[in-house]
Design a binder for this molecule. Sequence first.
Ligand code: ADP
Length: 305
Amino acid sequence: MTTLEQETIRPTESEGQPILELNNIGKSYGNVNALRGVNIAVRQGEVTCVLGDNGAGKSTLIKVISGLHDYTEGSLRVDGSEVRFGSPRAAQATGIATVYQDLALAPLMSVWRNFFLANELHKGPFLNIRTMKRVCGEELAKMGIIIPDLDCPVGSLSGGQRQCIAIARAIYFGARVIILDEPTAALGVRQSGVVLKYIVKARDAGLGVIFITHNPHHAYLVGNHFVVLKLGRVVLDAHRDELTLQQLTTEMAGGDELEELSHELSGIDPGKVVQGHQVDHGEIGAPDLGVGSFDGLAREPRFNG
Ligand code: ADP
C-alpha cells in the first residue's frame, strides 16, 4: 500500500519551455489593481501551487488564465506564443481547463451524464448511452476512481469523488493545463486526501496542474513549485527544494505581519490577555489569543518581494 506521502513527494519537474507563461501580468478593475507584475511559468508534469489570503488575487488570476477576463498589462503565452483569449472557449481550445469550486456538475444527473455534459456522444439521432457509460467507467478507472454504479446521481457521491469526476472529465476532453480552484477547501481530511492523490495522478499523466489553495500543508504534499500572492503581487516564488513547509506556512500565516503582531502582543500583560477569566476588573474576559503560539512561527528568510 502506498501512502499519500509516498505517492506525492516525488518531484517530476521538467525543464524546457513552459506550457503556460504569465509575464508581468496585471489586471485592473477601474482603480483596483487586482494583479500586478505577476510572473508564473507552468510546466508539464508539475503541480504549480498558487497560495494567498482573501483578496490576494487568486480568483482574478484564474479568470485571466481561463479566458473569462482579459488582462490589462503584460503578456500570456501558450507554448511560447502570445495569446489573448476572448472567451473561456478560446482558452479551452488551447487545452486550458478550469475546475471551479462549484464544479459545474448537475447533482441530479448520473455520473456518466455529467462526464459527457455538453459533449454527448450520439449514434444517429440518439444518445449513445452504452459507449458513454463504457468510456466514463474506463476513464475513471484509469485514474483509480471506482464508482460501482455510474447511473447513480452525482449528488449522492462524496465531495472528493465529485472533484475527481470533474478533473477526469477535463483531462478526457483534452486539457493540458488544469486549474483547480481550491479543490480541498470544503473537504475533510480523508476526502482531501482523495483529491490530492488525484492531483498527483493528473501531474503524472503529464498535465500542468495549477492548484489554487489556502492550505500550505495540502500544497506542500503535492506541489513542485509554489507561488504566494499578496494584494495582487507575487511575494514568494520557489521550487520545492528551495522551500520548507515551515517557510511556506509562515509566509501564508502572514510573515512579517505575524512577527510584528507577536512583538506587539508580547508587550501586553499575558495575565490580562491570555487568561481572560483571571482579569479582575469586573470586565468580561478577553479571549485566549494564544500569544505563545506565535513564537513558534518566527519569520524565516523570504525569497522574493
Ligand atoms: P482572492 O480570490 O484571492 O480572494 P480576488 O481575485 O477575488 O482575490 O480579488 C483581488 C482584488 O480585486 C480584491 O481587492 C477584489 O476586491 C478586487 N476585485 C476582484 N474582482 C473585482 C471586480 N469584478 N471588480 C472590482 N474589483 C474586483
